[in-house]
Design a protein around this ligand. Structure first.
Ligand code: NAD
Length: 407
């Protein structure tokens, strides 16, 4: 499998060769400023001690505090954390929030831990890391398998250790009522939809176009609901067990009720069941991968019928697939733009905490729509200027913005 950090470096190199960016600064951006590996001892409920490995990678802070999630997964490793911290620097620059890039993780399958063990482990990560964190230094957030509750424990531990008055702002993704922001739940899906609306204007996608979505979790549900309400035909949806299709359009609210009642999408009345692989190749105008990475590869890219792909998932398209899409004139709106709504609202959370403000959901979503549409316009004009793809345009724009502040 491709090393994710090498992929990240290749993306930077491609963008910098197109835009002829400063070579010395590009070299500096190839490695994180700092990465840390720590051992976290936890006394388990059985009375036995277990040692867990934790990481934090701080890629670049030229534009502001390092910012990015903490992932709990058995496959977490330093290369992955470094690559993810790198992507965060670029995502934060594209959406134009005043943050750099960071990422962290712990090698653990959290499903094997009791709530008590999970709390000790999360507090243990902060005990080992707090000296390199801070509201104006490094601001972590949830990622795969980490939750608002975990952020709440982490804030509490950080506050105990530092007595910092601004402690609430050191982690984002907190529960609403515990310093979290309204609108965070909807942010990535709705943000993706706002980006989609801008892409539609620029690529002659017909009103009521057919959309297939892979995934029916947090991000895709909010995207699907809004698309349905705005009159697009959401024709296919899926989860890890498979998907459903009706080329005449699905009623997204009814699919949600069906999933709630039966625990899956299968056998939704009026639809046909299909596999996740078949879903990607449907006869639709728009494809939205919103579940996993590396689902669009050189094996299936030539069979994709959609004319527009909105990457809500992180890294759904391999480099080889990207080349095929460019040849076939399939427009790909890259993840670092399409799913940046989440980190945009994380910035709003941080801002509210720092300034003792509380914004309504309407205020948050209104600001998000404006900011992400501006990001789309900036990426579009950069892509046009260099006559290149949206992905390269987004990387060039981000790299230029970071370099401007690097000194
Ligand atoms: P989620 O866990 O809520 O939903 C994931 C969905 O993918 C579920 O419907 C699940 O059933 C489905 N899925 C799992 N395995 C699958 C498989 N093998 N085939 C097809 N579908 C499968 O997660 P989410 O928060 O919606 O995140 C989805 C994607 O968006 C991820 O790539 C994530 O990194 C990215 N993302 C999320 C956010 C956010 O704010 N939540 C922000 C940026 C990027």
């Amino acid at each position: 499998m491709t090393n994710p950090f090498e992929t990240a470096i290749q993306q930077l190199e491609e963008a910098s060769s197109i835009a002829k960016l400063d070579k010395n600064k590009v070299e500096r951006l190839k490695s994180p400023d700092r990465y840390v590996e720590v051992s976290i001892p936890v006394i388990m409920d059985s009375g036995e001690q277990k040692i867990f490995k934790g990481f934090r990678s701080q890629h670049n802070n030229a534009r502001g505090a390092y910012k990015g999630g903490i992932r709990y997964h058995q496959d977490v490793n330093l290369d992955e954390v470094r690559a993810l911290s790198f992507w965060m620097s670029f995502k934060n620059a594209v959406i134009n929030v005043p943050f750099g890039g960071g990422k962290g993780g712990i090698i653990v399958n959290p499903k094997e831990l009791s709530s008590n063990e999970l709390e000790k482990l999360s507090r243990g990560w902060v005990q080992k890391m707090y000296r390199i964190l801070g509201p104006e230094v490094d601001v972590p957030a949830p990622d795969v398998n980490t939750t608002g509750q975990i952020m709440d424990w982490m804030v509490d531990e950080y506050k105990k250790l530092t007595g910092n008055e601004k402690s609430l702002a050191v982690f984002t993704g907190k529960p609403v009522g515990k310093g979290g922001s309204q609108g965070r739940e909807e942010a990535t899906g709705y943000g993706g939809f706002y980006v989609f609306e801008e892409a539609v204007k620029n690529h002659q996608i017909p009103a009521g176009a057919k959309i297939a979505l892979q995934g029916f979790g947090n991000v895709s549900t909010f995207f699907a609901k809004m698309a349905f309400e705005k009159g697009y035909k959401v024709v296919a949806l899926s989860d890890s067990k498979g998907g459903i299709v009706n080329l005449e359009g699905l009623d997204v609210h009814k699919v949600l009720e069906h999933k709630k009642a039966l625990g899956g999408l299968k056998d939704f009345p009026g639809s046909k069941n299909l596999t996740n692989e078949e879903l990607l190749e449907l006869e639709v105008e728009v494809l939205v991968p919103a579940a996993l990475e590396n689902v669009l590869t050189e094996k299936n890219a030539g069979r994709i019928k959609a004319k527009l792909i909105i990457e809500l998932a992180n890294g759904p398209t391999t480099k080889d697939a990207d080349k095929i899409f460019a040849q076939n004139q399939v427009v790909v709106v890259p993840d670092i733009l399409a799913n940046s709504g989440g980190v945009c609202v994380s910035y709003y959370e941080w801002y509210q905490n720092m300034n003792n403000e509380t914004w309504s959901k309407e205020q948050v979503l209104e600001k998000l729509e404006k900011q992400i549409k501006q990001a789309f316009a900036d990426v579009l004009s950069t892509s046009k200027k260099y006559n290149t793809t949206y992905r390269n345009g987004a990387y060039i724009l981000a790299t230029e913005r970071i370099m401007e502040k690097m000194g």
